[in-house]
Design a protein. Structure first.
Length: 132
């Protein structure tokens, strides 16, 4: 490469120049006209910053995953309750209290087959029907 001084590079409106001298880190490479910094040092700095940013991202992701695990463990006892509540609302259009009251009025039995009521195979009558 041709040796060019920074002053000449500025006058010639060049982006880079080459002095042939080592930078403070020992690289012999082109330098940026605006800053005078070594191109190799800039590349290494960018790689280091990207690596650090990636490591921060991984650490944050791990932290988030661990927080979610801890939350699920703490609220495990609520999950079945909430699942039951939403199933009853979706299936019967009733709140949990209304459902339990209606089931109690039927003595916990299916209205059609008079077997013990569970939500998989039985029907809960949600309207008032005459006694059989």
């Amino acid at each position: 490469m041709k040796i060019i001084l920074r002053k000449e590079a500025i006058e010639s409106n060049m982006d880079f120049y080459f002095t042939g001298k080592e930078c403070k880190h020992g690289h012999v490479d082109s330098r940026r006209t605006k800053t005078g910094s070594c191109v190799t040092c800039d590349r290494l700095r960018q790689l280091t910053e990207k690596t650090k940013a990636y490591q921060r991202k991984i650490k944050a992701t791990d932290k988030y995953v661990n927080q979610r695990k801890e939350y699920r463990e703490k609220t495990k006892h609520l999950q079945s309750h909430m699942s039951r509540k939403s199933h009853i609302k979706r299936t019967y259009g009733l709140s949990l209290d209304e459902f339990d009251a209606l089931l109690e009025s039927q003595d916990g039995m299916c209205w059609i087959c008079n077997d013990v009521f569970d939500t998989t195979n039985h029907v809960l009558i949600t309207v008032t029907l005459p006694e059989r």
